[in-house]
Design a protein around this ligand. Structure first.
Ligand code: ATP
Ligand code: MG
Length: 621
């Protein structure tokens, strides 16, 4: 099977592929899935379905009334890890389409593999889908299902296939089976066990179930066509023997259904109409259809069967979306856990400060199409900015503080005086109120806002100096945002030659918002925090976890692409209003970007801030 997602990365696609730009009447970008659903609704393809209030076989559903859901979709995660941004795409697509078309989307745990599944993951998945803003309650029912609850039916379906001559127990070794499957150019050859009678097969299958055969000694296979050009139809395996304790069914079973057998059955039992999956499953579709037709013939499932549709999986630059590799990052301690704010998991993005709205916006903008490609990580940041720009309270913060002393403060303003300053919480929303802080003799500014010798085009603080051409230049004047204009007079260095303190003079009668404040024109405005009321806080300056846009391309060791600068922790100062900021609250730090109070901040402790993203893309070239 060719896997479009594992080859060399294609050229980075724009956030909105050209094919997605057509919009429907509601202004939503149209896509092939919407068209398919609209077509099915027009034709009434699924209008005759009956629903008895819960998943079940043909007899169960026949006893119910007409299905109240116009369409049914599902999001079927395997509970073997935390959900990531790629899953968010699938969640938004499935739950979103169900919402749009008067349908229901089921949350189904695809827990047919006993080995790697855990309750921790089930809980985290439920949490993440809820947080994204979706719900599986409809028509008085929680549509939360477990594939493992269908094991009895799956077993019954397997026996029905055996009885109808559509399946047989193969006792070749795994190597023999691989060798006789053939390849793209060579047809497969029949197993010597292929001609067993249904009665013999039933006996052997029950022996498998009853634990009479060791692990790996036999498999149940569909009897389809060993010469099919589609290798997936060359008698695929349906059941294997595996002694493993399952998180739901314990040790009740020692045989487990294969994913390709289980998945169509799960869909059918749940009355799913449109089963949407990623392109890797395209070659499985003929088997999906074959299996459901056989089980409808056997009277076990109701018609019409669900249909499978494939779309291109979401690939985001600088991000890894393989659960196995994400687990490796956690297990080997490269990150602090599944919810490390640098992880592309929904738990990580949430702690990083991403909003559900931003993630939904990003998923919607990335479209749904058959053409794969890469979405730039910057699109995710843009979606966050687009969401937060109108919502986030503004605040001043100094991330790399150096002290500034206004040496004439006492003369101009009075000894020990503090001057109250204020600013809107949000520049476009006066209703969000105002914030206040004090300007005094001493304050904190960004270290980078001062230069002893200004580089070309530098409009912030510099002292009187002699320029390269020999001319004497005065100290520069800048405005302290929401405060006065000051003129830089010099700086003191510490023992290491680092600036320890910057000095300036206040220019009287220039207070922002007072008459005549603009009499003196300045090119630079700098942000600051008062020494009297500034609050010291810890800030996590997060950056991309990987420094390479395609960390695992071409089977490369993705650990080598880890960005050594992905986390820098600094002591910063923020304005007083933020001292009590609650965990999870988000701010735009003026000039710096968007920040959130880490949800892991202990109650009562000074807030710890996470940088969500900067104000503009610092990675764009
Ligand atoms: P992984 O390979 O990381 O384990 P998976 O696809 O096996 O991922 P599942 O739990 O089986 O993970 O996925 C649940 C659903 O999410 C599936 O329908 C799958 O197609 C979809 N999905 C997973 N990754 C992506 C992605 N990158 N883009 C879109 N959909 C995805
Ligand atoms: Mg999977």
């Amino acid at each position: 099977m060719t896997s479009p997602s594992h080859g060399a990365p294609a050229a980075t696609a724009a956030a909105t592929p050209a094919a997605e730009t057509a919009t429907d009447a509601a202004g939503r970008p149209s896509n092939f899935l919407r068209q398919i659903i609209e077509h099915d609704l027009e034709r009434g393809s699924y209008a005759q379905r009956r629903w008895a209030g819960s998943p079940g076989d043909a007899a169960h559903q026949a006893a119910g009334g007409p299905d109240p859901a116009r369409v049914r979709l599902r999001f079927p995660p395997e509970p073997n890890g935390y959900l990531h941004i790629g899953h968010a795409k699938s969640i938004c697509l499935n739950f979103g389409l169900a919402q749009e078309y008067g349908g229901v989307c089921h949350l189904r745990f695809d827990d047919t593999n006993p080995e790697k599944e855990e309750q921790e993951y089930v809980d985290a998945i439920v949490d993440a889908v809820r947080w994204l803003g979706f719900d599986w309650r409809a028509h008085g029912t929680e549509h939360l299902y477990y594939a493992s609850h269908y094991f009895d039916f799956m077993y019954r379906a397997a026996e029905a296939l055996i009885e109808a001559g559509h399946a047989y127990v193969d006792e070749q070794t795994a190597e023999q089976m691989r060798a006789t499957r053939g390849d793209f150019n060579t047809p497969g050859t029949d197993s010597p066990f292929r001609s067993r009678t249904p009665a013999e097969n039933l006996e052997r299958f029950r022996a498998m179930r009853d634990g009479q055969l060791p692990d790996g000694a036999a498999v149940l296979r569909a009897r389809i066509d060993m010469a099919s050009p589609n290798i997936n139809l060359r008698d695929p395996s349906l059941y294997r023997i595996r002694r493993a304790t399952h998180h739901n069914t314990g040790d009740r079973w020692c045989i487990y259904p294969m994913y390709t057998f289980a998945h169509p059955i799960e869909d059918a039992l749940e009355n799913i109409t449109h089963s949407i999956c990623t392109l890797e499953f395209e070659d499985q579709r003929p088997f999906y259809d074959w299996l459901l037709e056989r089980l409808i013939e056997a009277g076990l499932l109701s018609a019409p069967p669900p249909r499978q549709y494939e779309f291109a999986r979401l690939n985001v630059t600088y991000v890894i979306t393989s659960k196995r590799k994400l687990r490796q990052l956690v297990d080997e301690g490269h990150v602090s856990g599944w919810d490390d704010p640098r992880m592309p998991t929904l738990a990580g993005l949430r702690r990083r400060g991403y909003t559900p709205e931003a993630i939904r916006l990003f998923c919607e903008r990335s479209g749904a199409s058959k053409a794969g490609g890469w979405i730039d990580y910057g699109s995710l940041e843009i979606a966050l900015r687009d969401d937060l720009d109108e919502k986030a309270a503004r605040a001043m913060a100094v991330l790399d503080p150096v002290k500034l002393v206004i040496t004439n403060w006492d003369e101009v303003m009075g000894a020990g005086a503090l001057d109250a300053c204020s600013a809107p919480v949000h520049p476009h929303h006066p209703d969000m109120g105002r914030r206040s802080f004090q300007l005094g003799r001493e304050l904190w500014i960004e270290r980078s806002d001062y230069a002893a010798v200004p580089p070309k085009g530098f409009f912030r603080l510099f002292p009187p100096h002699t320029a390269a051409d020999g001319t004497a230049r005065p100290g520069n004047k800048v405005r302290l945002k929401y405060g006065h204009v000051i003129e830089c007079t010099g700086a003191t260095l510490d023992a290491n030659g680092q600036v320890a303190e910057v000095q300036a003079l206040l220019v009287p009668d220039t207070k922002s918002g007072t008459p005549g404040a603009d009499a003196i024109k300045v090119k630079g405005v700098i942000t600051w925090v008062g020494a009297s009321d500034g609050v010291p806080v810890q800030v996590h300056l997060y950056d991309r976890l990987f420094a390479d846009p395609h960390p695992d391309a071409g089977g490369r060791d993705f650990l080598e692409a880890l960005n050594p600068e992905s986390l820098r922790t600094v002591r910063a100062l923020v304005e007083p209003a933020l001292a009590q900021a609650a965990p999870g609250s988000r701010f735009q730090f003026e000039r710096h970007g968007y920040f959130v109070v880490d949800t892991a901040t202990p109650a009562g402790a000074a807030p710890v801030f996470n940088r969500i993203t900067g104000l503009k893309d610092s990675w764009a070239r």
